[in-house]
Design a protein around this ligand. Structure first.
Ligand SMILES: [Zn+2]
Length: 378
């Protein structure tokens, strides 16, 4: 096995994780990249779980493309329908109230939905945004009041320190998350707040198949990384597949992580990822035997990549998802549809390709339709 340095601690010993794969790979934006390798590892020294390949080494090229935009977001259904950005701001302010005015930076602003919503709830703030990808054009138009930078963060010289920096689903994309956190600390005003929201790898084992989530973050690892960069987590909220932190500046501490715990999480993720691929195979074989049609449920990377792992990339033509923002979208050879359309598409077998957090609830929902539900066997 080729030795690679851990992007965080520099340690050269690591444990290789499933899958070993080179070829066409899906990204978190639901696009495919050709000639991509999945080389997942868990660092022996610090427990950082990372893809040593994927888009690593070419993030500058990949993330600055015009077509690099966050995929359509899921709407949250509670008492009322809220956008993910609105929900995130609720969670942030519940953790730690926001001052009445100041300067806010959206670090990785995507298409600008968060700041657009923020400015409605908190008028009077000076707004700044960094987004090197194609979303930058969109957010520059959506939030004309914001000073917007269309380049990677390390090329940005802000005119002021920030009272608030928001980091949503960014660090898992970066080659050196520690350097990014240190940049954030340097640009934070006295008593400033950093709010973060990131996918929790412990609940998203399908991220082992994701070409651009090159760091697999967990709350415990990221908290330690923050402390090492000079950020103290003063409030946290770990809900389902995303976790949230509110942080303040602190004296940096040595990197203090639990590598054994991280490896345990990594092995569990491997196990579930393998079981999920086997589940897609079972759905395909059952449908084939019964003269039916198989689909996968969920737009997570595992659903898109399972046919590639099984050596039959054309085998799945339908991806079923409840998020109507992605209905009609083409992901590789498959079209995304809502559950209501399964009957007309002739779907008889559905493999769950989603976070284990949702296996039970989705199985129950699909019971109302006349399909065989295949659940990963773990
Ligand atoms: Zn390490």
């Amino acid at each position: 096995m080729q030795k690679v340095s851990c992007p965080v601690c520099g340690g050269v010993e690591s444990i290789r994780l499933y899958p070993e794969y080179s070829g066409t790979c899906v990204t978190s934006q639901l696009d495919f990249l050709a000639h991509c390798t999945l080389d997942n590892r868990c660092c022996d020294s610090c427990g950082f779980i990372f893809n040593a390949a994927g888009v690593r080494g070419r993030t500058n090229l990949v993330y600055t493309q015009q077509n690099w935009k966050p995929k359509p977001q899921v709407l949250s259904f509670g008492n009322s329908i809220k956008s993910q950005q609105e929900r995130a701001l609720d969670v942030f302010e519940e953790m730690l109230p926001m001052p009445g005015s100041g300067r806010i930076l959206d670090f990785g602003a995507g298409r600008g939905f968060f700041l657009e919503y923020f400015s409605r709830r908190h008028p009077g703030w000076e707004m700044f945004a960094i987004e090197p990808g194609g979303g930058q054009m969109e957010h520059a138009q959506r939030i004309p009041g914001a000073l917007s930078y269309g380049v990677p963060y390390y090329k940005v010289e802000l005119p002021h320190k920030m009272d608030c920096i928001v980091v949503m689903s960014v660090l898992e994309h970066l080659e050196d998350p520690l350097a990014a956190l240190r940049w954030i600390v340097r640009n934070l005003a006295d008593n400033g707040i950093v709010y973060m929201q990131h996918p929790d790898f412990e609940h998203l084992p399908g991220d082992l198949f994701c070409a651009d989530h090159i760091g697999k973050l967990t709350p415990s690892y990221l908290e330690a990384l923050c402390a090492h960069a000079g950020l103290k987590v003063v409030a946290g909220n770990t809900g389902r597949v995303m976790f949230n932190f509110a942080c303040k500046a602190a004296v940096p501490s040595p990197l203090c992580t639990d590598a054994r715990q991280a490896l345990d999480i990594a092995h569990k993720a491997e196990h579930i990822a393998q079981a999920s691929v086997a589940c897609v195979r079972e759905a395909l074989e059952t449908a084939s035997r019964q003269g039916g049609t198989a689909a996968v449920f969920g737009t997570s990377p595992v659903g898109s990549m399972a046919p590639y792992m099984l050596g039959c990339p054309d085998a799945i033509h339908w991806i079923v998802d409840e998020n109507q923002n992605v209905w009609g979208r083409q992901i590789g050879n498959a079209t995304v549809i809502g559950p209501e359309r399964m009957a007309e598409c002739g779907i008889t077998d559905v493999a769950l390709a989603i976070s284990p957090t949702y296996w039970e609830v989705v199985s129950q929902k699909l019971a109302a339709y006349n399909v065989r539900v295949h659940r990963p066997q773990t």
